[in-house]
Write a protein that binds this ligand. Structure first.
Ligand code: 13P
Ligand code: SF4
Length: 323
């Protein structure tokens, strides 16, 4: 059984072993750890992970694991969700600075006022938010179950949907319901260029455009399929098409190419001449930091118990409603 006692000394970059992959596997056995990674992580991290998935899959995995230590290769709100579900386990995030622009676009104080101004509304929050926002929510959703969850709520019940306005608009379109939206967004998914996408489509008329619902409506209008990261993977797998223009963080293309070697995946272009459709938060995690985090058993995720208990309820509700 793993003990939470801290190792005798801190390990630094100078202590990195030559064979990181093998050393991480050894640490995994020693700590009885599981490595859970999001599709937007670097290919190396995806390759060493025990489980890779979208936010719903990662939450389910975190809820079911028997490991003593959860190494979460993703962003802060994802690791925090794992801790909310597993208060007695050690949850570590390779880089504590790995936040999320969308979660940051919904500050708890301002959201509390918004909620208080609309007391008859049920609060459905996208999982990309802080524990403080989850604690103020009635039900959590992810991009893979948002439409289904809203459809399960009686039609006469007014709903606040937070924090992503783009996912919110997509849910409104799919359900035919009016939602009161919090005006938050993701810097990565709002950075695709519609003009360049249309140009790319002209160059590749054979390709289907597949997009994440965090993209803006003008971009989504060009999509042949819209879904969560896992849904995009499944669509490409089952499609008869052989090429796809992918409008989400390009980290997922590693998994697409790995599982469909005969198919072609083209990253949708950002507005500038930059790699600015890579999530700067996700990409703070590296294989080296992941090794050091396991070795040092930190940075550790912790949160106040009252917030954890309040945030747990809407997450459990989501897990029940999306069985
Ligand atoms: P998924 O739930 O589709 O993996 O999305 C997570 C995310 O952060 C998208 O930006
Ligand atoms: Fe947050 Fe956007 Fe990064 Fe997803 S891609 S983690 S929503 S900043």
């Amino acid at each position: 059984m793993f003990t939470t006692a801290r190792p005798a000394r801190e390990f630094h970059v100078a202590d990195l072993p030559n064979d990181l992959f093998e050393s991480i596997e050894t640490l995994k056995r020693e700590l009885n750890a599981v490595i859970i990674a999001h599709y937007y992580q670097d290919p190396d991290i995806q390759d060493i992970a025990d489980y890779i998935g979208d936010s719903l899959g990662l939450s389910r995995q975190a809820a079911e694991t028997n490991a003593d230590v959860i190494v979460f290769a993703g962003v802060h709100f994802m690791a925090e969700t794992a801790k909310i579900l597993n208060p007695d386990k050690l949850v570590i995030l390779p880089d504590l600075e790995a936040g999320c622009s969308l979660a940051d676009s919904c500050p708890p104080e301002a959201f509390a006022e918004f909620k208080a101004a609309n007391p008859d509304h049920l609060v459905v929050s996208y999982i990309n938010c802080s524990a403080a926002i989850k604690a103020m929510s009635d039900i959590i959703c992810t991009s893979s179950n948002a439409v289904d969850i809203v459809n399960q709520i009686p039609r006469e019940q007014p709903i606040i949907f937070a924090p992503d306005r783009n996912l919110g608009r997509y849910v409104m379109e799919q359900t035919g319901r009016e939602l009161l939206l919090w005006e938050g967004s993701c810097i990565v998914h709002e950075n695709f260029s519609e003009k360049k996408l249309v140009q790319l489509q002209i160059e590749h008329p054979e390709a289907d455009i597949i997009a994440h619902p965090e993209c803006e409506p003008p971009l989504l209008r060009h999509a042949d399929f819209i879904g969560s990261t896992t849904a995009l993977l499944k669509y490409a797998r089952s499609s008869e098409k052989n090429s796809f223009i992918v409008a989400t963080e390009p980290g997922i293309i590693h998994q697409m190419e790995k599982s469909m070697p005969g198919k072609t995946f083209i990253a949708a272009p950002p507005t500038g001449n930059c790699a600015c459709n890579e999530c700067p938060h996700m990409r703070l995690n590296t294989l080296e930091k992941l090794y050091l985090a396991m070795k040092n058993r930190e940075p550790e995720i912790n949160l106040p118990e009252d917030i954890r208990i309040a945030a747990l309820k809407p997450i459990q509700r989501m897990l029940e409603m999306s069985r």
